[in-house]
Design a protein around this ligand. Structure first.
Ligand SMILES: [Zn+2]
Length: 360
């Protein structure tokens, strides 16, 4: 299927298939750098966040687009005497989506496939079947009971990142994409594509397109990279939780795949800047870009960015996604294209006067 992807689809495929745990975002950063090569000036913070600065008007306001590069995964904490790997989660995992899944352990010597072990149903008591296995009781089976093979030949070491293994695949009519880590490569891709779309286009500001690090463990790169972007206005980009599946009520999550990007009206890390929120709604309407609005019960990079220095007008805009924080998430290509179109339209309007008018 991959050969049928256009350039945007291919970049998303590359971004999601690459590994990038919190603190281990190097491969994503490399893809980011290659993709924006020649568009702007690259700057990096001290912990790995990457910014591409693109000047429309160097005296105009600074507009920050932030998408976190990290994905949820695990790290090696111990190798047992018979070669099994005990691990800890990096980011939020629900134990019920983990058992029997393939993972890749990244060591200094290479990349090795393993599987999160599970007991066959034949051996489970009625009591065991009724409750999920705790993560602390799980292990990764590398296909050998020789611990020296695991530690010497594969070079597995405490702290090595363990990444979900999952390939990118378009489904249904080809516009629904299945793959790991759309949280948050969909946003990293949107940052890159927005920078590309602005190439050769007038915009009355300086755009900092940023790939942040370590969001999943506490918005860390958002905090540090804000010192590079020094934003006057910021858009925190992430995935939203699509509720268009059985078992989720509309009042829990009302986003639907394909109905447009979602403006987040509330989450645990930020109340959106009210005037910027309304501007996003107005611009989407003017440009005929579908826009959903929703609550998200988590936090995003916006939580850190809006508290930078004396405060930054910030909103979070999301690409709706199903099944996040698992091996297989799903987004709709139209939502992805529309979030890019919306960001371009917003950036083209954010001149000095408009930004001054955002004062509350
Ligand atoms: Zn995220």
């Amino acid at each position: 299927m991959a050969d049928q992807l256009d350039e945007r689809g291919q970049l998303l495929s590359d971004l999601t298939e690459a590994p990038g745990l919190p603190g281990y975002e190097g491969e994503i950063r490399d893809i980011f750098k290659r993709a924006v090569d020649g568009i702007g000036t690259l700057e990096q913070d001290g912990i790995g966040s990457i910014s591409c600065r693109k000047d429309g008007d160097a005296n105009g306001p600074s507009i920050m687009l932030a998408g976190h590069m990290d994905e949820v995964g695990w790290i090696v904490r111990h190798i047992t005497d018979d070669g099994y790997i005990k691990f800890s989660p990096l980011g939020g995992w629900w134990n019920q989506v983990m058992l029997a899944q393939r993972v890749t352990v990244h060591t200094r010597k290479g990349h090795y496939t393993g599987v999160i072990g599970s007991k066959p149903p034949h051996l489970l008591t009625g009591d065991q079947r009724s409750k999920p296995v705790e993560i602390k009781d799980m292990y990764i089976d590398m296909g050998t009971t020789d611990s020296a093979h695991v530690t010497e030949e594969m070079g597995v070491h405490i702290g090595d990142p363990i990444v979900p293994q999952s390939s990118f695949e378009p489904l249904a009519d080809g516009k629904v994409y299945l793959g790991k880590a759309f949280d948050n490569r969909a946003a990293v891709g949107a940052v890159i594509e927005t920078l590309k779309a602005l190439d050769g286009v007038d915009h009355p500001n300086v755009v900092h397109g940023v790939g942040t690090v370590m969001e999943e463990v506490g918005l860390r790169g958002a905090r540090t990279s804000s010192w590079i972007a020094e934003p006057d206005v910021a858009f925190s980009l992430d995935v939203g939780i699509a509720g268009d599946v059985p078992g989720i009520e509309k009042h829990e999550a009302n986003q639907r795949l394909g109905d447009g990007p979602a403006l987040i009206i509330y989450d645990h890390s930020i109340i959106p800047h009210l005037k910027l929120r309304d501007m996003v709604i107005d611009v989407a309407r003017e440009e005929d870009i579908p826009l959903q609005q929703d609550f998200v019960m988590g936090g995003t990079d916006g939580g850190a960015i809006h508290q930078h220095r004396s405060g930054v007008p910030t909103v979070t805009i999301c690409v709706p996604a199903r099944h996040i924080h698992s091996h297989t998430s799903m987004i709709h290509r139209d939502d992805y294209d529309n979030i890019i179109a919306l960001l371009v339209a917003l950036i083209r309007r954010l001149d000095t006067e408009t930004v001054a008018g955002l004062e509350l």
